[in-house]
Design a protein around this ligand. Sequence first.
Ligand SMILES: [Zn+2]
Length: 257
Amino acid sequence: MSLFRQLRILVLLLILLLVAAGTWLSQWRTTDWDTPLVVALYPIVGDDSAKTQDFVRALSVDDFVDIETLFQEEANEYGLSLTQPVDVVLGPVLDQSPPAPPTERSLLATVWWSLNMRYWGWQVAREYGPPADIQIFVLFHDPALRSRLQHSLGLRKGLLGVVHAFADLRQVGTNNVIIAHEFLHTLGASDKYDPRTSLPLYPAGYAEPQRVPLFPQRYAEIMGGRIPQSKNTAVQPRGFSEVLVGESTAREIRWIP
Ligand SMILES: [Zn+2]
């Protein structure tokens, strides 16, 4: 192996080590729950539709305030002493989109994309603010142009999320549930549904796993995603009145030991 190649690998390893250490530190700090976590939401117009444009320009922080309320109520249920765990702030509408995730499933491509994504997020924060612990980029799409959205994602332990949402007033509740779900990924919460069927996993993905009879469930567990109606069916929650944070998720984000 040439000296140059060895050096290049060494530098790459160093960068990864630094990123890993920084991530571990921020992960620890973001889940100590001694001050509210500030989450910056950046709306992005995701297509050429005039409807999407109008929808995004009309957004205000009030459209997202129920995310704060959800975490307030749920943290209280778990006896957290911090009364407001999450503070949502609205960043400016961005006219650029985050780096697209890799289409191939390779570790190197994923690592490269994740580094790019962090660098991009850092640049946005530096250029536009607002100061925040976590950034979520929300790309809005006109439902008339596409009925299915790309997958949203929260960089586990990366403090960044990318959410695909519908530019439609009737979808505001569902959009916010997805934002809250991806936000929890950034804190290290894991998915609690079967990726092949989208059905919540029992018991961790159930909001009330002890309920008798078990079906139909009344709520969705936020990381389980949907409300189980029977062993093989589940429905999407319409908003936070139908969503809870389950015990397993609460443990992952260190609300309980
Ligand atoms: Zn997820």
